[in-house]
Write a protein that binds this ligand. Structure first.
Ligand SMILES: NC(=O)c1ccc[n+]([C@@H]2O[C@H](COP(=O)([O-])OP(=O)(O)OC[C@H]3O[C@@H](n4cnc5c(N)ncnc54)[C@H](OP(=O)(O)O)[C@@H]3O)[C@@H](O)[C@H]2O)c1
Length: 331
């Protein structure tokens, strides 16, 4: 009898611990997008949608009925992810398209193709990123993290901007990171050509650039009906850490992973922020804001510097030869 009671007590303690863990995990997860809005008839582009937060964002928006364009650099991975999203949602309006943000040529080809085929773009989610990679350069010679995370999305957005404006109340979402708070923009050396490369600082610079770009673009879009906001999705278990030693080590997967399981979101939980900014009806008209998960927050002081935002815009436009690119894509 005593043995049975001990067994029952033990089992109920395990159950309670398990239940509490799941509740804690949900709490840390930051909540679920409160809006149940469907987006039938709306066209959404998600960059870096073959894995992680981008794939979960595409999946949820496909579930809500959108026409989803998954824009990725590796077509094998992209086709597989698009097939998976179609299979899970039974939404056949989910397409894989090639976009390498480390190549201005690829960005221009993608934009030309979209402008030819899509009569409207309702949501553009600039989600793709590379974090803490070695000192790599893009095809055009930009430092990889600044080139992909900021310059690539800067060029892409500008090339699609007229179509976004024509589409009415479109939304642009820039996936930044809390890492922006320690970011600094080095206007003397944006591409790490003159100083020793620091891969962590380069990531933080690129994520600060995402917020500054958002704020400057919001100013330029006033009165157009198009909104742009940036966000930190939370810390999530994705492939983002692939270039850091931690991600690959056995210590990390066997010892740290179970401990951090409580505080690290799943990609699905982290995608809630992008989904929220894409669909929530109450956010219509909200622009130039920064969100941490589902809550609007003040970004770091340097992210609110209007002079830096304008200077970054001008430097970026020069680096990607924006005027020529706009002309080329309008032909
Ligand atoms: N995970 C987090 O804890 C966390 C925290 C804060 C912010 N974020 C932000 O959340 C966003 C999504 O990250 P994630 O965690 O989902 O990372 P992830 O799993 O590594 O996904 C990143 C995506 O970006 C794509 N990408 C990389 N370079 C590209 C290029 N040159 N052209 C086109 N696509 C490219 C990747 O494609 P491949 O698979 O082909 O490489 C992948 O699809 C990023 O902006 C990241 O900065 C994430």
């Amino acid at each position: 009898m005593v043995a049975i009671n001990k067994y029952v007590l033990g089992a109920s303690m395990v159950g309670t611990f398990f239940g509490a863990s799941v509740l804690l995990k949900d709490y840390v997860g930051g909540g679920v997008c409160p809006s149940k809005a469907k987006i039938e008839g709306k066209t959404v582009i998600v960059t870096g949608a073959n894995t992680g937060i981008g794939k979960e964002t595409a999946l949820e928006l496909a579930r809500r009925g959108g026409r989803i364009i998954m824009a990725c650099r590796d077509m094998g991975k992209c086709e597989n992810a698009a097939r998976e999203v179609r299979g899970k949602t039974l939404n056949h309006n989910v397409f894989a398209k090639h976009l390498d943000l480390a190549s201005t040529k690829s960005i221009k080809e993608f934009a030309k193709n979209i402008l030819k085929e899509e009569h409207h773009i309702d949501v553009l989610i600039n989600n793709a990123a590379v974090m803490r990679c070695p000192h790599w350069k893009t095809e055009d010679g930009f430092e990889m993290q600044f080139g992909v995370n900021h310059l690539g999305h800067f060029l892409l957005t500008n090339l699609l901007l007229d179509r976004l404006k024509e589409s009415g109340q479109s939304r642009i979402i820039n996936v930044s990171s809390l890492a922006h708070i320690v970011g600094e923009i080095d206007f003397q050396d944006l591409n790490w050509e003159k100083k020793k490369y620091d891969t962590k600082a380069a990531y933080c610079q690129s994520k600060l650039a995402n917020v500054l770009f958002t704020n400057e673009l919001a100013k330029r879009l006033q009165g157009t009906g198009v909104t742009v906001n940036s966000l930190h999705p939370g810390v999530a278990d994705t492939e983002l850490g692939r270039h850091t030693g931690m991600h690959q080590s056995a210590f990390s997967s066997t010892v740290l992973a179970p401990i951090f399981w409580f505080v690290i979101k799943s990609a699905k939980q982290a995608a809630q922020s992008s989904v929220f900014l894409a669909v929530d009806e109450d956010l219509q008209g909200t622009s130039g804001k920064y969100f941490n998960a589902l809550k609007e927050k003040e970004p770091a002081k340097q992210a609110l510097d209007e002079v830096s935002a304008q200077k970054l815009w001008e430097a970026s436009a020069r680096l990607v030869h924006l005027d020529e690119a706009l002309q080329e894509c309008s032909l």
